[in-house]
Design a protein around this ligand. Structure first.
Ligand SMILES: Cc1cc2nc3c(=O)[nH]c(=O)nc-3n(C[C@H](O)[C@H](O)[C@H](O)COP(=O)(O)O)c2cc1C
Length: 221
């Protein structure tokens, strides 16, 4: 698979086979992704690979916190506080596409909530990746980190695995750092589900649309 093919094949997968992911494959993915560029080669990434009993404990704590207090607080503001178009519309369409694929009615709040909660189990993927960086890092490191994250996802596709990046997990930094023993002042950027795609699952059956290149590009000469 070449790079263009990997870019085309990568998609967010939200249902996985109950099949363990070999540690060698995870090492291969992270080793490949560590080739990502970073300003001054500072390589700000710190990755937790969570599975088994630790994953079960972590997701249980997050889910029970969510069900009682409803919302945690992330270490940084990911989405705009005030949504404007076209981003607002794209976000709405993204949700509509997901719930209509699952035939969940817009007004069925319980079903929507349960689908959201699946985030906290990384959609039952065997592996939950969590991405941290040192608190001394600045905005530039978010650029570096984005390149690393996409590299993880492309390398996963290349060796037959599937992923879903998860900002949802960054809503519970305190629990996650406590359970995994990371310093509380580290920044938790996001999580990621990793596993083998369940190709029969309806939720994995759709692809999200993209704007035409001409709509976001201007050529100057
Ligand atoms: C940083 C980041 C965080 C994301 N967080 C979530 C999440 O918490 N839950 C989820 O279901 N999808 C999440 N997504 C997936 C996006 O919804 C998805 O990438 C987008 O709709 C485009 O679809 P595609 O990945 O299938 O191409 C996230 C994606 C990124 C890049």
């Amino acid at each position: 698979m070449n790079t263009l093919e990997a870019l085309q094949h990568r998609k967010s997968v939200r249902a996985f086979l109950e099949k363990e992911v070999e540690k060698e494959k995870i090492d291969t993915i992270l080793s490949a992704a560590s080739q990502a560029p970073s300003g001054a080669n500072i390589q700000p990434w710190q990755v937790a690979v969570v599975s088994g009993d630790t994953k079960a404990k972590l997701q249980q704590q997050i889910e029970s916190e969510f069900r009682t207090e409803k919302r945690g607080k992330a270490d940084f503001q990911y989405y705009p506080q005030k949504w404007v178009n076209p981003y607002k519309l794209r976000r709405i369409e993204c949700g509509v596409q997901l719930y209509s694929t699952l035939e969940i009615d817009r007004k069925d709040e319980q079903a929507r909530l349960e689908q959201w909660v699946a985030n906290y189990r990384s959609f039952d993927a065997p592996v939950m990746l969590l991405f941290f960086m040192d608190s001394s890092m600045e905005t530039g490191s978010f650029l570096d980190y984005g390149m690393f994250l996409q590299s993880v996802m492309l390398a996963a596709v290349d060796i037959g695995l599937a992923t879903c990046a998860q900002a949802s997990l960054s809503d519970y930094p305190k629990i996650i750092k406590t359970v995994l023993g990371y310093p509380q002042d580290f920044t938790l950027l996001c999580g990621m589900a990793l596993g083998y795609e369940d190709k029969e699952a309806v939720i994995n059956s759709y692809r999200t649309p993209r704007e035409a290149v001409s709509s976001f590009t201007r050529y100057f000469s």
